[in-house]
Design a protein around this ligand. Sequence first.
Ligand SMILES: *[C@@H]1O[C@H](CO)[C@@H](O)[C@H](O)[C@H]1NC(C)=O
Length: 327
Amino acid sequence: MEILLYLTFALFCWPIVTCNDEQSLEPGAEGFLKREHTLVRPFQGTVLVYAELWDFTGSTIVTGTHIRLTPDHQSKAGAIWNRIPCMLRNWEVLIHFKVHGNGVDLYGDGFAFWLTKGRNEMGKVFGSKDPFSGLAIFFDTYSNQNGEHAHVHPYVSAVVNNGSMSYDHDYDGTHIQIAGCSAPFRGREHDTFASIRFVNNRLTAKLDIDGNGEWRQCFDADEVFLPLGYFFGISAATGDLADNHDILTFKVFELPADETSDISDTALLNLVPHAKTAEAPRDKPVGVFQRKSMSTIFMFLILLIVCGGIVFFLVKRQQTNAKKRFY
Ligand SMILES: *[C@@H]1O[C@H](CO)[C@@H](O)[C@H](O)[C@H]1NC(C)=O
């Protein structure tokens, strides 16, 4: 009888509990690696090769295993900038990164991924120039502005700028953000990865930060317009608070287009970066991560009740049967 109960649970409940609604393709699975935009280990010994393709600026140091943009010290800024302009219409960037340090509650500031018109200029936005023209994705570990906006840090957010808007770091730049999510990527024991995709003017970010090899969506923004001929880069900065900001791999893939486009390369080279899905200022619901895990917990509770019900029913019947036999 006990075995029957377990079987019932296994047959009816387990497949539902473990069911995964995410069925999109694994990041990096279907593209062509573009070596001219890529940085992979080992870095030492290949420094001369990489020096043709990349600039290593500011506090950046290159070791055999990682590129450290900033050490865990105050007031540092470092960056890596690709020298080859990106001529890909549809691409994916895969970043293996590690943000860590001695700080337990106080650490910062984070790092930024860039695809911009200018390159290799130091400044106050995570160590890079402000304002910028192009795309930035901020991996912000420190909330500079407590109170008005409700999202939990660390926070990942995308900004598209045409070069006219200044990024307000004291307000975490939320007034020009197009999408974002809360994501605890800092100080993890395991490897942490980000995948950023741009296909047919759709910008999506996925994160693999829980050490279980699973990608979770951070944001998905449609109608994002980015020109050709911009440069990839990553920068990081520390202020009063510090952290090690390490890049272990930076890979760029060319992706096939979902649909053909009749816009010429010339038109795309002259495009002004813009995005239609700009979020209303200060309208910050809880990040996707929280919402998703809340619904997962809710689903789990319902299943627990259903399974509990089945088990209760079976036990009850067993007792009744036992009683019948007894008498
Ligand atoms: C740049 O963006 C700002 C703010 O959205 C807008 O007012 C301005 O017209 C834009 N400039 C160009 C050249 O598109």
